[in-house]
Design a protein around this ligand. Structure first.
Ligand code: THU
Length: 134
């Protein structure tokens, strides 16, 4: 994947982050999930007064894409931080990694971005070497 495509996905994730509903933590997360055929699905975190119904940005993106009929995923970009800041280490939580493990294979990539210029790319197995499988 060329750098231009990565930058445009980071920009989608930063835009999606604007939609975050975070009255409890103030921590805004945005995601941009790209399917293997090039469709891009944004996601943001959506919190809840009862806390556990909170949905992370990554799962919002995955569930939107899956509900639209997609099953083949290439890459997800994640950005996040408190208020207007983006932090360097906004990694997906374990629950989101387990959702990725359900739908993604070894070729799937996770990009954690601090800005359109500063990002790191990981394989799912880097972040979740073992996952629950039935
Ligand atoms: N959050 C995400 O959106 N993605 C993650 O992978 C980790 C955490 C959200 C959930 C909650 O709204 C806020 O970040 C603070 O935990």
């Amino acid at each position: 994947m060329d750098n231009e495509k990565i930058v445009s996905l980071i920009e989608v994730a930063i835009g999606a982050r604007e939609m975050a509903y975070v009255p409890y933590s103030g921590f805004r997360v945005g995601a941009a999930l790209m399917t293997k055929d090039g469709q891009v699905f944004p996601g943001c975190n959506i919190e809840n007064a009862a806390f556990s119904p909170t949905n992370c940005a990554e799962r919002t993106a995955f569930f939107s894409a899956i509900a639209a009929g997609n099953r083949d995923f290439a890459v997800i970009v994640v950005v996040g931080g408190p208020g207007d800041l983006l932090i360097k280490n906004c990694f997906p939580c374990g629950v989101c990694l387990q959702v990725m493990a359900e739908f993604c294979r070894e070729d799937f990539r996770i990009i954690i971005a601090e800005s359109p210029k500063h990002w790191r790319k990981f394989a799912l197995s880097d972040l979740l070497p073992f996952s629950f499988k039935l």
